[in-house]
Ligand binder design. Sequence first.
Ligand SMILES: Cc1cc2nc3c(=O)[nH]c(=O)nc-3n(C[C@H](O)[C@H](O)[C@H](O)COP(=O)(O)OP(=O)(O)OC[C@H]3O[C@@H](n4cnc5c(N)ncnc54)[C@H](O)[C@@H]3O)c2cc1C
Length: 466
Amino acid sequence: MRSNPSEFEMVAPGSLQAIVSLLAKEPGAWLPIAGGTDVMVLYAAGKLPARKLISLWNLPELRRIDVTADEIRIGAACTYTDLRMHEIVGREFPLMAFAARWTGGIANQNRGTIGGNIVNASPAADSLPALLVYEADLILVSARGERRVPYVTFHTGYKKTLLAPDELVEAVCLSRRFSGYLSHARKVGARNAQAISKVCISALGRLTGDVVEDVRMALGSVAPVPLRLTQTEQIVRGRSMDSALLLEARKAAIAEIRPIDDIRSTARYRAVVAGNLVAEFLRRLKSERTRPERDPAKDVLARWNLLPTDAAIAAILPCCGSKAWAQGMVTRRPMADESALVTAANETWRSLTPSDWMEAFNSHPRIGESRAAQSPLAQSVAWSAQEQRNVVDTDATVKSALSDANQEYERRFGRIFIVCATGKSAPEILEILQRRLKNDAETELHESAEQQRQITEIRLKKWLEG
Ligand SMILES: Cc1cc2nc3c(=O)[nH]c(=O)nc-3n(C[C@H](O)[C@H](O)[C@H](O)COP(=O)(O)OP(=O)(O)OC[C@H]3O[C@@H](n4cnc5c(N)ncnc54)[C@H](O)[C@@H]3O)c2cc1C
């Protein structure tokens, strides 16, 4: 250890508001530290210029993943483990989950955060190419307020960002519009884990017949900043996939990048590998498209569209728990695909009365329990058990705190606490419950309804799997 701990000061104000106030008083004086996996490497090497550290670790405001109908908002202090475990990240943004899975080892994934990866601004960072292809936005926050910037503008040069000295990254926003794409990622390094990439790729693509309808490719470790291959994409988009196009794309990618020699690799090796990775992705895009497609979701929907009314209501009811909602859904048949189903579900849910909402709320067991107030359906019981998996395994202290907070919630609002528990740990749920106990009745009713909407959406997608 080449640093002397007595020379350093570290504070943990514990709330985002307190942190941005302190940063505003002395802009540039405090270095934020989240998981510390990059900061502590510099500290151990005696290369950390800052002496005053301000902790963002486990800050509730930055450690949450919020899902709305249009986008997912990932708090900057979410760890790779949080990302790996999150159902919607895994299903709709697999490139983020892949990158999380191969960043460092398990210990690193438990501490390293997405915000730290972004601000550390390494061109070799594994999650950043994924942010480019998903066209992520960043929410930056300071005492002056929030601003939303496209991630593609954030890295202004090697290890440079547009973050002001009093600003933090608060969240990463990803638009939920990439269903139907082939997702492809590859990391080329000395090993798959615990090795920084020599070159990495994140890519999305969609073909119509043989023609490339859309393609998005980004590479890491081939330029001063993570690089979206916009020129190569332009060449490929709208063209038929054949061997001539593969050759053209490979050449275009090599022309677009600016690799260097460093301790991990050479510019020449990186250029060859970058071309190979682009060609590999495009070949896969073609071969997966030419395989006969079987979509289990379409089979489930086709069968449900034909069921008699009562049977159709019974089949879809466990996804929500409200009979009025299930009836509303059945009257909107036939439904063509998952997207039509989810849109109908959201619209039907919003058209219901609070008493219909209550019926859905009551179909769930309390967080930490297995029995619902009203006699639930077998499928609903099974899904509740999956959704609350993390709570069942938690320790007795958190369980008991949850039980107390549940009772307080029921005394205050007269119904059970509803939260979309999928992918959330028991302490996270406890923190949300304690925060929501401070809501007024109207705000809380609508927050519960939004949580139920999210639960329904996740259940519908499971239901479609057959
Ligand atoms: C053994 C090991 C293996 C690794 N392997 C990989 C790998 O395979 N792939 C890869 O991409 N990375 C890898 N890393 C790098 C590292 O784990 C990631 O960059 C990680 O995401 C950093 O997050 P953190 O929370 O630990 O950041 P910290 O170290 O806490 O902070 C990093 C930088 O970001 C700033 N910062 C953090 N959060 C914020 C915020 N919200 N707002 C403003 N500034 C902020 C800090 O001030 C600091 O400048 C590895 C690191 C180690 C030690």
